[in-house]
Design a protein around this ligand. Sequence first.
Ligand SMILES: CCCN1C[C@@H](O)[C@H](O)[C@@H](C(=O)O)C1
Length: 602
Amino acid sequence: MKQSMLYPRATSTRRVADMNGMWKFRLDKENEGEEQGWKNGIPGADLIPVPASFNDFYTDKESREFTGDFWYETEVFVPGEWKGRHIDVRFAAVTHRCTVYVNGQEIISHEGGFLPFSARIDEVVNWNEPNRVVVKGNNELSFTSLPAGISVTLENGRKMTKPFFDFFNYAGIQRPVKLVVLPEESIVDFTLNYALEGNDASVSYQVETTGDHPVTVEVYDESGKPVARGEGKEGCLKIENVHLWEVHNAYLYHFVLKVLDGEEVLDEYYDEIGIRTFAVEGNRFLLNGNPVYLKGFGKHEDSDIVGRGFNIGVMKRDFELMKWIGANSFRTSHYPYSEEIYQMADREGFLVIDELPAVGFFESLANFVDAVSGKTTNFFDRPTVPELKKNQLAMLEDLIARDKNHACVIAWSLFNEPDTMTDSAAPYFEEIFARAKELDVQKRPRTFAMELNSSPEHCKCHQFCDFLCLNRYYGWYLLGGYEMVNAETAFRKEMDAWLAKGVNCPMVFTEYGCDNLQGEHKLPSVQWSTEYEMEYLEMFHRVFDSYECVKGEQVWNFADFQTVEGIMRVNGNKKGIFTRQRQPKEAAYYFKKRWESLPLDY
Ligand SMILES: CCCN1C[C@@H](O)[C@H](O)[C@@H](C(=O)O)C1
């Protein structure tokens, strides 16, 4: 049965119970959990919060750096009155993979740490009693995992993760867990597409259910007034004098879907939907037919203590800071974010580039240095590519199924900084890009974030993009310091080379920035000082402002974030415009001034 990606919502026919809280936890340091039967219950008394990464709770390095299997356990009471309905344990994300056991029975295994899945427990549930849920998780990286990396074994026999990317490999049950109770015949999915006609909009819809009873779709405006109604599993609704969803001026219609048996409502589901169109036309982005320029950030889901765990308070603070600074967009670098973040972006009117966790597809333990070296790692020549592609296609399908109805999602980023310098990369990319177009009814523009090795001269995959996303560090990882003057020359030379190739699409800088230790000042400047960061940003914006094809600037990064330790990282990456505790560094005031003065259609 196809897994529903619908966000859990309680309605007249559905029930949702929260399973977040303190779960039993144990790292499987001796790799004994399987043979010791931990699926029936894990030993020890340690409890940790769900949702959260497990890495930053403990005081010993072995726990923070642990690589391998880890086990969680909780109990959930299932009332007898739910008998006859489907009972699902829905995980919004377990990173990077897991197997779920209920009452000692294996229910489901899932690969991928950033998208939801459900364990249907009808066959094993103890009605009107507590039920034991055990999750065996694993955080190991490989050449076939998304994200990619490797594990090595140390002299003491412990494994260690070596990521091919620049963010800490946080892991665990990192997003909410809910018990979802569904009727026998239920709505599995729905898909929407829009066309604007003068002051009206036509909304084409398709609804997928588990049965054959008739379906209706009702649409209400924000005042609760009914504005449209459709009958049948597919159709087209006309909304007159439509309130379009706009940047920082979101309007969300209330869609109610029902499965009916005469007057009886067999299933009911609802969602808050923004009606808008988004397209690329020449080298412009058009939102509802009007040009728009992206101002904002590359982000991470990353915060103190809970690591990559969904943190609703940090989410709220991040959106308040993005409104304060004058941003209108962000990229979900380098993986799909929590569903609640897209819901908030819908409500606040932010434009989101939604990114797959296809990061680390360039074999390097310091990609930030190697990615500007001009070398290839022949990543797509490896025998592991078929398995990797299978995993990426599966995640692409889930990503689009989960996020396709969000007004905020305006593009799909299908990779971050892959190795695109070999002929073997092109057919891989062609298949991924074609599949994305096939899966997305709204045909949103597709792209990937390109590091410097993906240059006009050497990149073999940029032609698949509907717009280009460039991650560039002229003046930081190359030609930094006093030779920044050469950095600007080299940067302009590259821009001219793209144009000379006949590239005529929007170009978005999805990464540019430099590390800055908050409060570090030096006159004249040195790298890592605030003064240098200002010089660097002025140079980049001078170049952006002189090329008409630049239609977006997403500085790296919104906030300081955790990485592996190393001599080029000071307890993490310090390119944040805000600190990890979400307080402004000096550059925040610089961006506020720039972005508040840039018109939306700049
Ligand atoms: C060319 C380097 C790409 N980029 C990837 C991103 O994940 C890193 O955090 C960033 C950086 O080094 O700050 C560089």
